[in-house]
Design a binder for this molecule. Structure first.
Ligand code: NAP
Length: 455
């Protein structure tokens, strides 16, 4: 029998072992999900909204348990785990309250007696999800998909299988009909057979670029719609009129939140020459001061990375960048302690062609880049095969907006770190993926946008 073992990254100790299911068992569950869809799609929006509100209540009522579980399985600092659960409830409520408006028919004036666009659910959606926001990433897909009348099957990241089961249980506790939301504890190599099932109509994946390429290729072969939320190497331009305290506060939190493992985290800091040295000095002071420690301690600023292999991979990227001429300003040494810890690290004077400039550094490592002027900064920010988030820090909002409009990314924020908000679309361009989650754009991704014409 094959199993998944979860490991506490703060201690390296085993947490639990979960039985994997075979592909045949997974396909049987998908067949049941298809049967559930046939009923679920007929539920009124009001009935679905009631259940979605109940799910928000269940999440809030069990906030501490779920937060502790996330922290144990992937090392998120406990306060941030609690915030993650709160955000899940917020997203559930947003879709419960707004789905009817977001999915309202659109009348289009033509020469017909009546012509309009209506939105109908597609069926069973397969979600392949990552560990970095083990509750939120799943809810971000499931709340709109289920409100729209689709049903979901989840292949979650192996290291957060406890969170996957907790979510399945939360849907059941909220009173959702059986098989409307199902967890499938399968290996990633089994995903191909699931996508090929006739019952799966679409796939959404949040994860790395290689996983996205593989899943999108299989789905493409099978002509199945996909939404891809992949990696990023978000650039934040620090203009010379920025307030340095604000810029370095944002940079420190942006780089260390979720232990440096956020897709939309600030990763590359493109700083104008006039303030480069001053920014680097203050940023280094603040990164050095941030407390690394056990994620269960309330005063810890950042904890361990989610897995030791990911930490080792990140360290390899740091060493490679230094060998390519990057300047190590802070950190860069694997600490001699139990757990998957990596210190706050700053690599400065990075240039295109270096690992820390070109690739995503998914951990507490900042890349600092010097720009001659504003145009050079924009060119450096856009010199990336990713295009997820981006930002501008400036004392002049109008100037910031002008720069933000020129950044090649799905999200560009001025004087604020990029964050997802259910009212606004979220997603990337280039190798950061395609399609959108959240808002009306997200809920319509997995719908049949259907034209009705009455002559
Ligand atoms: P990952 O290794 O790509 O894993 C993501 C999910 O895909 C997991 O469930 C994993 O299963 C599965 N998977 C991996 N390779 C697969 C394959 N070839 N076929 C089918 N499934 C496969 O990514 P991660 O390390 O969990 O997450 C980090 C990455 O996700 C970063 O690049 C980050 O930027 C990105 N991310 C993007 C967003 C966004 O919204 N754009 C949000 C969060 C994270 P196993 O665990 O069993 O391998």
């Amino acid at each position: 029998m094959s199993t998944t073992t979860t490991i506490n990254p703060a201690t390296g100790e085993k947490v639990a072992e979960y039985e994997r299911i075979t592909t045949d068992e997974a396909l049987k569950k998908i067949t049941k999900a298809q049967a559930a869809f046939n009923d679920w799609k007929r539920f009124s929006l009001e009935k679905r909204a009631k259940l979605m509100h109940k799910l928000a209540d269940v999440l809030e009522d069990n906030k501490e348990t779920y937060a502790q579980l996330a922290t144990t399985e992937m090392g998120k600092v406990i306060g941030q785990s609690r915030k993650e659960i709160e955000k899940c409830a917020l997203v559930c409520r947003f879709y419960a309250d707004n789905a009817s408006t977001l999915l309202a028919d659109e009348t289009i004036k033509t020469e017909a007696t009546k012509s309009y666009v209506t939105f109908q659910p597609l069926g069973v959606i397969l979600a392949v999800m990552p560990w970095n926001f083990p509750f939120y990433q799943v809810i971000r897909f499931a709340a709109p998909a289920l409100m729209a009348g689709n049903v979901g099957v989840l292949k979650h990241a192996s290291n957060v299988q406890g969170c996957a089961l907790a979510l399945e249980d939360a849907f059941a506790k909220a009173g959702f009909p059986k098989d409307v939301f199902t967890n499938l504890n399968v290996r990633s190599k089994q995903v191909k057979d699931l996508i090929e099932s006739n019952h799966i109509v679409a796939v959404t994946l949040t994860g790395s670029e290689p996983a996205g390429r593989s899943v999108a290729a299989i789905a493409g072969q099978n002509l199945k719609k996909t939404v891809m939320e992949l990696g990023g190497s978000d650039a934040y331009i620090i203009l010379e009129d920025a307030d340095l305290e604000t810029a370095t506060d944002l940079a420190t939190f942006g780089r260390l939140q979720n232990n440096g493992q956020t897709c939309i985290a600030a990763k590359r800091f493109v700083v104008l020459d006039a303030i480069y040295d001053a920014f680097l000095e203050l940023f280094t002071t603040k990164m050095k001061k941030a407390k690394m420690g056990a994620p269960t301690d309330e005063d810890t600023y950042y904890g361990p990375m989610a897995r030791a292999d990911l930490r080792d991979e990140l360290h390899g990227q740091v060493e490679k960048t230094i060998a390519q001429g990057g300047r190590l300003v802070l950190g860069g040494i694997v600490p001699d302690r139990k757990g998957a810890y990596y210190p706050a690290t700053i690599l400065a004077d990075l240039k295109p062609g270096m690992e820390g400039f070109d690739q995503e550094l998914f951990g507490p490592v900042a890349s600092v880049i010097r720009a001659k002027d504003e145009d050079h900064a924009i060119a450096l920010a856009n010199n990336s095969h990713f295009g997820l988030g981006s930002g501008v820090i400036t004392g002049n909002e109008k100037r910031g907006e002008k720069v933000a409009l020129q950044l090649e990314a799905g999200n560009s924020f001025v004087n604020k770190l990029v964050a997802s908000d259910p009212r606004l679309p979220f997603g990337g361009i280039k190798n950061s993926g395609y399609g959108r989650e959240l808002s009306g754009y997200g809920i319509r991704e997995f719908m049949n946008t259907k034209t009705i014409w009455i002559d």
